[in-house]
Structure formats: structure tokens, C-alpha cells
Design a protein around this ligand. Structure first.
Ligand code: PLP
Length: 408
């Protein structure tokens, strides 16, 4: 497939993002200016933060400051922040680290709509002998806390539920679940990778919270786990005593400084009602314009993140529409997980009871702080045109007109 002619491998898209309408912030975000500046500074701080001498101590102090800034985003003490190599590693440390410390005994409760970092970790735990219960979502894309409570057993050690889903944007009742979990004397992990820097996460009362820098304007390959001081995990990475023995290896100082700067830059937006209202208006604007088409289905109901819009277009394949949009400089994702040539419908939509056909007909648009109404209008225009064209080619348009004019 020929991609948009604007992008060559020797050019950095963030230099000329104006040539693109980037609506794939749930996949990754452009590096914000503050993070880039902090990373440049971090590259020059070459001292090892563990060294006793002055050069090392400069790096150590920078790391400490960054830890405090990430702790503020997470609403915890600095001592509770473990820097990791991204969201997947933070999640693995939470899940595998907890059960490894218990010699793989006990029971885990999680949900069918989690990211593969959680689901694959759960599978690995199962292979070690840990019992795992997977709770199904409601058709709305939400987890019912009562179902989580019903899944808990006397030997349950840990419950893991995501804050918002990466495909549908559905915001999960994690506070209610945490209260139930704590009342039962169990541990709670929240995958907040999609909400960090977008929704407040400092009020999450969980024992462990995972975040990833590249979802909120920071660099890739850096994340953090909020790990309550009362909870002990077995480290995944062994070696030196960095991160208080919870994650060995010399710290990625430029990456951590970039993540901390992105956190500081995102925090004012978290409580900015005008900003939130604008994101909601962008969502509504997109939905209104694409709903001029027949056969449009929105894949999650409220509460949902304003920034993530998952829609299916009857009669077309999401990946084909995404490819056509890409040729017009509009970057979006499909709702299906296509790994290494596999073409399986999204496990999230499938768990919600969505048919394979509708799951394959899904597109995900996700916004960032710089997304404008003009971006939305242009993306909506291109989407409507692409869907019309593809339906015409397949003859599906006439079918829809005859059968399901009201199937929105
Ligand atoms: N959890 C969720 C909900 C995600 O959306 C992602 C990334 O897409 C991850 C975990 C994994 O994060 P990372 O890419 O930093 O490993």
C-alpha cells in the first residue's frame, strides 16, 4: 500500500505535522516541546545517578526532581514511583511481580477488555499455576463492579482493571471497583496508560497504577508504576539496587526527564473545564458529521473519554478506510488488532458482543491537545467521502438505503 506521499523516512513527521491530520493519539502522541527540551538536557547529564561523585549527584538530583513531578501526576509519594521501560513493563511488574513474590500462588481477577499487556501477563501467570478469572464487559463497553465482586474468592490476591479502554475510550468505574477490592482485603492495579495526562489519576486509590510517557506527550519506552510502599513485588529486571531494588539497571535519564516534563505540562489541562468542554465539542462535531452516513455505529456509550471515538461503518472494512484516509494525510487506527499478518477482530469489541463484521468495520479517531475543529472537519469530510466511495464500489450503499436507513 502506498502511503501518503508527504512522508519520507528521512523526514520527521513532527517537523511538518501540519501536512497531516494526526488523529491517533491513543496509539502515541507527538513529543511535546517541554519534553523535548528536558530530554536534550538529560542527554547532556552523563553522570550515573548511582555514582557518589559530584557528576553523578547532578544526575541523581535531576532524577529525584523528575520522580517528584511524576509522583504529583500519580498523586503519591516519590518513594512509590518506580520508573520502567514503558506501560507494558509497568503492568508486567505489577502483575507478574506480585505473584512471583508469592511463588505463583493465588488468584487474579481481570477483565476481557484489558490491553494485551495485562491479558498476556495473565496468561503467563496461568502457565505458572496462578488461577485467573476474566470478567466480561457489558455491551456498553463498561465493567460492572458487581461482576468483579462476584469473581473475587478467598484466595484472590489482585484485581486489575483499566481506567479507560484504549479502543473504545469507555471509562471504567475503577474507584467503585477499588473500594470493593479493598473492602475484601485484596490488592488493586489500575492500567491508567490511556488516561494519564488526560483525566485526573491522582485520586485513584489503587495499590498499583501503570502509566506510559508516550501517551501524554513524553517519549516512547519510558513509563512508571505507582507501587504502594506496603506492597512488595519481585523485580522483573535483576542487577543493581536501582529503584529501591524494584527495577534494576541504570536509569534512562533523558527518557525520565522527558516523561516528567510532559507530566508537568499536562497537569494544568486536567482541571481545565474549558479544555475539557472543547474536547467534548470536538467529539460531538466528528460524530455529527460522520452520522450523515447511514449505517454508523458508535462503539461505547457514556462515560467515555472525549478524546477517543470508536465507530463502525456498515459495509466497509476499517483497515481499507484507514488506508484511504492515510493517502489523504489523515492518520487514524482501526478497531481491530492486526498483528504480524493476522487479521483477527478486536478482542475488546468481540467481548462486548459486537459481531466480527462490525468489529472489522471499525475506525478509531483519537484527539490530542493540538487537535482543532478544522482538523475534525477535514477528517470527517475525508471519512465520509472514503466510506461513500468504498460502499459504491462494493454495491453496499444501495443495500443500506433499501434496508437500514435508520441503523445509526
Ligand atoms: N495499556 C494500555 C491501555 C495501552 O493503550 C497501552 C499502549 O497502547 C499499553 C498498556 C502499553 O503501553 P506501552 O506502549 O508503553 O508499552
Amino acid at each position: 500500500m502506498t502511503r501518503s506521499p508527504a512522508l519520507r523516512s528521512d523526514r520527521c513527521p513532527s517537523d511538518d505535522l501540519s501536512e497531516f491530520i494526526y488523529l491517533d493519539h491513543a496509539a502515541t502522541t507527538p513529543l511535546c516541546r517541554e519534553a523535548a527540551d528536558a530530554m536534550r538536557q538529560g542527554l547532556l547529564l552523563f553522570g550515573n545517578p548511582s555514582s557518589r561523585h559530584s557528576v553523578g549527584q547532578v544526575s541523581h538530583e535531576a532524577l529525584d526532581t523528575a520522580r517528584g513531578q511524576v509522583a504529583a501526576l500519580l498523586g503519591c509519594q516519590s518513594a512509590e514511583v518506580v520508573f520502567t521501560g514503558g506501560g507494558s513493563e509497568a503492568i508486567s511488574l505489577a502483575l507478574r511481580g506480585t505473584f512471583a513474590a508469592l511463588r505463583w500462588r493465588g488468584h487474579l481477577v481481570t477483565t476481557a477488555i484489558e490491553h494485551s499487556a495485562v491479558l498476556e501477563s495473565a496468561e503467563a501467570l496461568r502457565r505458572h499455576g496462578v488461577d485467573v478469572t476474566i470478567v466480561a464487559p457489558e455491551p456498553s463497553g463498561h465493567i460492572d463492579p458487581a461482576r468483579v465482586a462476584a469473581a473475587m474468592r478467598p484466595d484472590t490476591v489482585l484485581v486489575s482493571v483499566m481506567h479507560a479502554n484504549n479502543e473504545t475510550g469507555a471509562i471504567q468505574p475503577v474507584q467503585d471497583v477499588t473500594a470493593l477490592v479493598h473492602a475484601a482485603g485484596k490488592l488493586m492495579h489500575v492500567d491508567a496508560v490511556q488516561t494519564a495526562g488526560k483525566l485526573p489519576i491522582d485520586t485513584l486509590d489503587a495499590d498499583m497504577v501503570s502509566i506510559s510517557a508516550h501517551k501524554f506527550g513524553g517519549p516512547k519506552g519510558v513509563g512508571a508504576l505507582r507501587l504502594a510502599t506496603h506492597h512488595r513485588v519481585e523485580p522483573l529486571v535483576c542487577g543493581g539496587g536501582q529503584e529501591e531494588g524494584r527495577r534494576a539497571g541504570t536509569e534512562n535519564l533523558p527518557g525520565v526527564l522527558g516523561m516528567a516534563a510532559a507530566a508537568v505540562s499536562a497537569m494544568p489541562r486536567l482541571h481545565d473545564a474549558t479544555y475539557r468542554e472543547q474536547r467534548c465539542e470536538l467529539r460531538l462535531r466528528l460524530l455529527q458529521q460522520i452520522s450523515t452516513l447511514d449505517g454508523v455505529h458508535v462503539n461505547a456509550t457514556d462515560p467515555v473519554m472525549a478524546e477517543t471515538v470508536s465507530v463502525s461503518f456498515a459495509g466497509v472494512r476499517g483497515d481499507t478506510v484507514a488506508d484511504v484516509l492515510d493517502m489523504h494525510g489523515v492518520c487514524v487506527s482501526t478497531g481491530s488488532a492486526c498483528h504480524a499478518g493476522q487479521d483477527s477482530p478486536s478482542h475488546v469489541l468481540t467481548a462486548m458482543g459486537v459481531s466480527d463484521e462490525r468489529a472489522r468495520a471499525t475506525l478509531r479517531f483519537s484527539f490530542g491537545p493540538a487537535t482543532t475543529a478544522a482538523d475534525i472537519d477535514a477528517a470527517a469530510r475525508s471519512t465520509v467521502a472514503a466510506v461513500h466511495q468504498l460502499r459504491r464500489v462494493s454495491g453496499h450503499g444501495s443495500l443500506l438505503t433499501a434496508e437500514s436507513a435508520g441503523a445509526h
